[in-house]
Ligand binder design. Structure first.
Ligand SMILES: Cc1ncc(C[n+]2csc(CCOP(=O)(O)OP(=O)(O)O)c2C)c(N)n1
Ligand SMILES: [Mg+2]
Length: 344
C-alpha cells in the first residue's frame, strides 16, 4: 500500500510530490470545504430541507487528492458520495444540494464543468465512463476519464465489463475505487475473496495500485501517475483508495445495527484532514489563525450555496414527462393530460 504521510503528519521525503505551498493549502481548503458542506447537508436533511443524503465523511483525502491530480481538460464520472471530487472539478455546491433536494436542475451540469451527473445505480457509471474515454481516444483527444465507485460496485457486472473493455482497447481511463470497507451493511470481506481490490486489475491486463486513502499525498501521487500514463496512450489503471466511511451509508441508514463503535473510533483517529493539517503545520504553512480564517470563509461559502439552492424554484410536475422521448407516446400524453386536469 502506497503511503507518504504517516498518522502524525510526517512525510516520506523520497516520495513527497512536488507541490507548491499554495497548492497544498488549496487542497486543504477543498478537504475542509467538503467536510463542512457534508455536515451542512446532514443538518439540512434532519431539518426536512433536503431528501436523503449520502455523507462522504472520512473520504475527503481520497476524493480531493484524486480529482486535484487532474488537468483542466479531464473528466470525472462520480457516484453519489463524491461531493468532494465534484467540487474540486468546479461544480458549484448548490448543484449537489439541488440534486439531493430532489431538483433535477442539480444534474444540469454547466457546459464548462467536466463532470458527468452523479450516478446512483451502483457501478452503472463505469462502462459509460469507459465508453466515453474510448470515444475521446477515437477522436484523438487528450483528455483522461476518471470513474469513481465504491468497493461494493466491484461485485457488479458493469465493473468487470468496463475493466475488460478498457484493458483490451487501452482506453485512457482511471478506475478510482473508494474502498470505504462497507457497501451499506455488507463488509468488504463479504464483497470479494480477493486480498485487495487493486489486484483485480492484473486479470484485465493492466496495473492496479492500492493507496492509503486517508493520505492525501499518496492518493494525489498515484492518481497523477495513472493520468500521465493514460494520457501517453499506455492504457488504464485501477487505483484502490483504502479508506473508511465514517458516517452511516445515507441519512436513511443506521450503521449502529451492523458495525461497532470501536471500529469507527479506530478510523476517526485516522482522520485524513487531521493528518494533512499536521503535515502543513510541520511545514510551517498553516497555523491556528489561518485555519480559523479558512473555516470561517468555508462556512460562509457553504451558507451561500444553501441560499442559492433554496432560492431555485421547485420543479414542475409536468417535467416528469419531458426529456425522455422526442415525441411523447400516446399513453404518456394521456397521463400528462390527466395530471394537468388535476392541477388545473
Ligand atoms: C444497481 C444497484 N443495486 C443496488 C443498489 C442499492 N445500493 C445503493 S448503495 C449500495 C452499496 C454500494 O456500496 P459501495 O459500492 O461500496 O459504495 P459506498 O456506498 O460504500 O460509497 C447499494 C447496494 C443500487 N443503488 N444500485
Ligand atoms: Mg463502500
Amino acid at each position: 500500500m502506497l503511503k507518504i504521510l504517516d498518522e502524525n503528519g510526517n512525510v516520506n521525503p523520497v516520495l513527497e510530490p512536488e507541490l507548491r505551498g499554495d497548492e497544498l493549502i488549496q487542497m486543504y481548503k477543498f478537504m475542509v470545504f467538503s467536510r463542512v458542506a457534508d455536515e451542512k447537508a446532514f443538518s439540512l436533511q434532519r431539518e426536512g430541507r433536503m431528501g436523503t443524503y449520502a455523507q462522504l465523511k472520512g473520504q475527503e483525502a481520497a476524493q480531493v487528492g484524486s480529482s486535484y491530480a487532474l488537468r483542466e481538460m479531464d473528466w470525472i464520472f462520480p457516484s453519489y458520495r463524491d461531493l468532494g471530487a465534484m467540487i474540486v472539478r468546479g461544480l458549484p455546491l448548490e448543484y449537489i444540494y439541488l440534486y439531493w433536494m430532489g431538483n433535477e436542475e442539480g444534474s444540469r451540469i454547466p457546459e464548462d464543468v467536466n463532470v458527468f451527473p452523479l450516478s446512483v445505480p451502483v457501478g452503472s457509471q463505469i462502462p459509460i465512463g469507459v465508453g466515453f474515454s474510448n470515444a475521446i481516444k477515437l477522436d484523438e483527444g487528450n483528455a483522461v476519464t476518471v470513474v469513481y465507485f465504491g468497493d461494493g460496485a466491484t461485485s457488479e457486472g458493469d465493473f468487470h465489463e468496463g475493466m475488460n473493455w478498457a484493458g483490451v482497447f487501452k482506453t485512457p481511463t482511471v478506475f478510482f475505487c473508494e474502498n470505504n470497507q462497507w457497501a451499506i451493511s455488507v463488509p468488504r470481506n463479504k464483497q470479494t475473496a480477493s486480498k485487495t481490490i487493486s489486484q483485480k486489475a492484473s486479470a484485465y491486463g493492466f496495473k492496479g495500485i492500492q493507496v492509503d486513502g486517508n493520505d492525501l499525498l499518496a492518493v494525489y501521487s498515484a492518481t497523477k501517475e495513472a493520468v500521465e500514463k493514460a494520457q501517453k496512450g499506455e492504457g488504464p489503471t485501477l487505483v484502490e483508495a483504502y479508506t473508511y466511511r465514517m458516517s452511516d451509508h445515507t441519512t436513511a441508514d443506521d450503521s449502529g445495527r451492523y458495525r461497532n463503535e470501536s471500529e469507527i473510533k479506530k478510523w476517526v483517529e485516522q482522520d485524513p484532514i487531521k493528518r494533512f493539517k499536521l503535515y502543513l503545520e510541520l511545514k510551517g504553512l498553516l497555523d491556528n489563525s489561518l485555519d480559523d480564517k479558512i473555516r470561517k470563509e468555508t462556512g460562509q461559502m457553504v451558507d451561500n450555496a444553501v441560499k442559492k439552492a433554496e432560492a431555485c424554484p421547485a420543479p414542475k410536475p409536468e417535467d416528469i414527462f419531458k426529456y425522455t422521448y422526442a415525441e411523447m407516446p400516446d399513453h404518456l400524453q394521456e397521463q400528462l393530460d390527466e395530471l394537468e386536469d388535476s392541477i388545473g
